[in-house]
Design a protein around this ligand. Structure first.
Ligand code: BJW
Ligand code: ZN
Length: 257
């Protein structure tokens, strides 16, 4: 247990959850790390070690070398097929139930593209950066879900018009879905408790939500393995694995009547 994962801090977060009327949780790659999903900024493995993920996750990289970018996403997609939700994902499902049982509101926003929150049982998840399972035609826009084995062509082709398909994720320099942004903005504007979990809090617009929530008077809590640009302004910062901290917070919240 890290020094900052002390019972009083965890208990203070549980109390905030127990009395909050409207909770927003935003998650990042750290929440999936304990499911075996490499975080976005982790060193890439094997053949991918020489590539910078910040470069690969761009429309320019796909335009220059569609095969390379498609292979990167296809390998990540295939690896994800053996990953399962971890205790952090499951605790968020139960925390949402707890808040809703007493008439409160709980909104889960994720930057993750792996759909592990949905696999754990979270509903109405706001996917800010899309999904690695959905592959969209670059010409007609048709989206096909891909849950099978490795692709046989890179990039894969559209079943409807034959044009190249790309992963249905949001790359640097691209706009987020208007629907996802509207839903996230609305929830952030009315929340009285904001939880930032497992994210380096550097990618915008997602990173800005904590600041907006704070400006609107919400309490802000961070759970992350290491300090982030947010750490100095939050009410409580827990530096610990989310798969350990969240279940403990859940247990404490359930014990508050
Ligand atoms: C653990 C743990 C454990 C480990 N427990 N913790 C304003 C200011 C400056 C720049 C901009 C701005 N507005 C827009 C921009 C440009 C850009 C941006 O933010 N750039 C910054 C890098 C500076 N944003 C955009 O381009 C966005 N578009 C946009 O805003 O459009 C309008 C516009 C465009 C251009 C200019 C201005 C306006 C789009 C952003 C799309 C991000 N897409 C990606 C790729 C998705 C597909 C893929 O996966 O390949 O989304 S990038 C990548 O970052 C991915 C993630 O969702 C996202 C966030 O990363 P995350 O989740 O925080 O992961 P990590 O790896 O960074 O951190 C993990 C953390 O977990 C670490 O801190 C660990 O310590 C911790 N951890 N294990 C708890 N067990
Ligand atoms: Zn098409």
């Amino acid at each position: 247990m890290t020094q900052s994962m002390n019972p009083e801090e965890l208990n203070s977060i549980a109390k905030m959850i127990a009395k909050a009327e409207s909770v927003v949780a935003i998650t990042g790659a750290g929440v999936s790390a304990e499911s075996g999903v490499p975080t976005f900024r982790d060193a890439q493995e094997g053949l991918w070690a020489k590539y910078d993920p910040m470069e690969l996750a761009t429309p320019g990289a796909f335009a220059r070398d569609p095969e390379l970018v498609t292979r990167w996403y296809d390998e990540r997609r295939c690896r994800l097929q053996s990953c399962e939700p971890n205790p952090g994902h499951l605790a968020l499902v139960k925390l949402a139930e707890r808040v809703r049982e007493r008439g409160g509101r709980f909104t889960l926003i994720t930057q993750n593209v792996d759909r592990l929150h949905q696999a754990a049982g979270s509903d109405d998840v706001i996917e800010l950066h899309g999904s690695i399972w959905d592959w969209r035609c670059t010409s007609c826009g048709m989206v096909q879900e891909e849950r099978g084995g490795p692709f046989s062509e890179f990039p894969p082709r559209c079943d409807s018009c034959g044009a190249a398909r790309r992963p249905g994720v949001v790359w640097f320099g691209e706009s987020l879905s208007e629907d996802a942004m509207d839903r996230a903005d609305e929830a952030v504007s009315v929340c009285d408790l904001f939880l930032s979990i497992g994210t380096s809090a550097v990618v915008h617009p997602a990173a800005g939500f904590a600041y907006s929530a704070r400006m609107n008077g919400a309490r802000v809590v961070e759970i992350n393995l290491e300090p982030t640009p947010l750490s100095g302004l939050v009410d409580v910062s827990v530096q610990a694995p989310s798969g350990e901290a969240l279940p403990r917070i859940l247990d404490l919240a359930l014990a508050i009547s």
